[in-house]
Design a protein around this ligand. Structure first.
Ligand code: CO
Length: 129
């Protein structure tokens, strides 16, 4: 089944950005660092989906560059797909531009790939399984 797994939001400060969700009464996960993406993040479950707040840990992180260019805000939309390898093979065959050619493995062992905004209506689209 296809679902919206999470929306990724680039922020300068997790401490500042998570306040609004705590005030709304939502529970915010403990902070977690993802070394390979140079970010610190928290997840905020909202119904069947989640918000992912992303704070850069380094000036050369993708999120730092995004904030420098666009300011804080919506960074990516993440969709869960039933079969990631098959989806990626199909997209590649059809000439869809991916940010990286390989499926990456994240901190918790989850597999993900990013579709370039040029191929997704201006939105950075993360696909997970
Ligand atoms: Co994400």
């Amino acid at each position: 089944m296809f679902t919206i797994d999470h929306l990724g939001i680039a922020v300068k400060s997790l401490a500042a950005a998570k306040g609004i969700y705590e005030k709304l009464g939502l529970s915010v996960s403990p902070e977690e660092t993802v070394e390979q993406e140079k970010v610190r993040l928290v997840m905020v479950p909202v119904g069947e989906s989640r918000l992912e707040l992303l704070e850069p840990t380094s000036d050369d992180s993708t999120i730092a560059k995004f904030i420098a260019k666009h300011g804080e805000g919506l960074h990516h939309v993440c969709m869960r797909v039933p079969d990631l390898a098959a989806a990626v093979a199909r997209l590649k065959r059809d000439g869809v531009r991916l940010v990286s050619e390989e499926i990456k493995v994240g901190a918790g062992g989850h597999r993900y790939v990013f579709v370039h905004p040029a191929s997704a209506g201006g939105v950075l689209l993360e696909l997970v399984e």
